[in-house]
Design a protein around this ligand. Structure first.
Ligand code: HEC
Ligand code: HEC
Length: 249
């Protein structure tokens, strides 16, 4: 008994010394790991790449245009610049006419399709899934034009043709979309769709306001598919919602 009691303090002391040494070494290793990790990043990323990555954050904060209403330049600076600014990963560099000429030769529609759906190392919508299709189209036009193209940038909040911000006429463009797509459900009121011209069905919905209706119809609502399945421009879809909802006033 007395022998065991005599050993205990020595073992405790050894354990404590061991624990302190272990902790000191562990903390030193962790600190080294943190600083060397940072140093490796700093070496791997060139100043240009760092700048390209840092800049978009500032630009995104600086641009307070509402979602969907950003110009090609704003989208470019917020998203596309991070690769195309420096030509990262083999992307055609902004303003480099030599790199853009073979791309421009594919035509605006092909470039838009590739920007929307992705193309090799180019991620769909540049990785920003919340961009609207029109915003991507504007960014493609902005970048293409900087590389020597003469693309028309779709106007913000208006016609896809670029008519200086003028909204599309609901009774022309909207009617056309309605008759080709929306009529399938809204013509007869199929699947609970508010029927064309039915004031009672539209009354409670109209209180959401035109933009509220556009927003919910864009997202989809129960049996109403996103954009009613329409794949054309946001401006045309907007005009179709206006045409359809006006019928219920
Ligand atoms: C993560 C990096 C990255 C981001 C972000 C990015 N791109 Fe790209 N992009 C690429 C790469 C890489 C290519 C070249 C792909 C190839 O040709 O194989 C490319 C090619 C393209 C092309 C040419 C496609 C073709 O058919 O030749 C267009 C147009 C384009 N990008 C538009 C955009 C737009 C618009 C944005 C912003 C919304 C954007 N990109 C953001 C990497 C990126
Ligand atoms: C496959 C059938 C279908 C098609 C096609 C369709 N809709 Fe709908 N839509 C519906 C249904 C069902 C609702 C009602 C959803 C609910 O309130 O539960 C609806 C509701 C709406 C509303 C009201 C949204 C709200 O917030 O109350 C709008 C606006 C609308 N659709 C617009 C359109 C337009 C524009 C098109 C054509 C581009 C279209 N829809 C195509 C089925 C359809």
């Amino acid at each position: 008994m007395s022998k065991e009691n005599g050993m205990a303090p020595v073992q405790v002391a050894k354990f404590l010394v061991g624990a302190v040494v272990f902790l000191v070494v562990a903390i030193w290793l962790l600190a080294r790991l943190a600083t060397s990790g940072f140093n490796v990043d700093a070496q791997v990323m060139s100043k240009e790449a760092v700048a390209a990555r840092l800049k978009p954050v500032g630009e995104a904060v600086a641009s307070d245009a509402p979602p969907g209403q950003r110009t090609g330049e704003q989208v470019y600076k917020a998203i596309c610049l991070s690769c195309h600014g420096a030509g990262l990963a083999g992307s055609p560099k902004f303003g480099d006419a030599g790199a853009w000429a073979p791309r421009i030769a594919k035509g605006y529609d092909t470039l838009v399709t590739h920007a929307l759906q992705g193309f090799n190392a180019m991620p769909a919508k540049g990785g920003a899934a919340d961009l609207t299709d029109d915003e991507v189209k504007r960014a493609v036009a902005y970048m293409g034009n900087a590389g020597g193209a003469k693309f028309t940038e779709p106007a913000v909040g208006g016609g896809a043709g670029g008519d200086a911000g003028a909204a599309l006429d609901p009774n022309v463009a909207g009617k056309k979309v309605y008759e080709s797509v929306c009529v399938a459900c809204h013509g007869s009121g199929a699947a609970g769709a508010p029927k064309f011209g039915d004031k009672a069905a539209w009354g409670p919905r109209l209180s959401k306001g035109l933009e509220g209706l556009v927003a919910s119809a864009t997202k989809g609502l129960n049996a109403m598919p996103p954009k009613g399945g329409y794949t054309g421009s946001d401006a045309e879809f907007h005009a179709a919602v206006e045409y359809l909802s006006n019928s219920g006033k």
